[in-house]
Design a protein around this ligand. Sequence first.
Ligand code: IPE
Ligand code: IPE
Ligand code: MG
Length: 259
Amino acid sequence: MIHIKKKRKKFLNSNTDSSLQTDLDTANLPSHVAIIMDGNGRWAKRRLLNRIQGHEKGAEAVRTIVECCREMGISILTLYAFSTENWQRPKIEVAALMTLLAKFLESEQKNMLDNNIRLNAIGQIERLPEHVRRVLHETMTLTKNNNGMLLNLALSYGGRAEIVRMVRDVAIKAKEGGIDPDSITYDVVSDHLYTKGMPDPDLLIRTSGEMRISNFLLCQIAYTEIFVTDTLWPDFNREEFLRILQHYQHRERRFGRTG
Ligand code: IPE
Ligand code: IPE
Ligand code: MG
């Protein structure tokens, strides 16, 4: 796990966007990038704003990074937007996050259609308020034939809840005779996760410096390259994203084998 320290930024910021981009090997970009977008609250607190204003600013960073991934030709971008544990936050914050999510989806529909982006959601969608589910389904339906980038939003998502759901589904099938317990392999497990059919993330980024996974994609990140940056999510930008892609290209992925 690399913890990109603030002090490196000065040097790296002297690179322009375009020089960073040309330094990248387009044949060695991650196919699937996952991001734990953390730090909206701290961003707001530092500016004496309320947490909701931090989330609003965070939504702007989402737009920037979605656009950047699409331009780079990244196939899947999975964004951790709301965890199963986040329901325990104050009601007013949860409600504001839901409203912001619905607004974000509404405002991005045209952009997704123009840019061939398909929207998908992973998590306990049934727990989301009706107004969010409505616009979510509408956006997924509108973009279902797009075959450019897949934007995968983790909403009311928890890795443990996903495992429980998978075990239940497999157990029911085994009980009903549809699955022979002796033939259960990881492929069977993987086919019962929310991410069925998707390759595992190659790269996981967490903003705001916390060195933890916070219940994100527990099964899928077994061999994912992890980067943690101190930057708070609302300040995360294109330049830093490209810089992380450069770091990624210098990693040797061994998957348990020798180098
Ligand atoms: C991430 O920012 C957004 C969500 C978890 C919904 P936080 O709201 O967790 O911000 P911090 O961690 O309190 O700074
Ligand atoms: C992880 O951030 C969840 C999302 C980014 C949606 P949290 O802020 O909820 O995680 P902890 O509480 O710091 O582990
Ligand atoms: Mg947080």
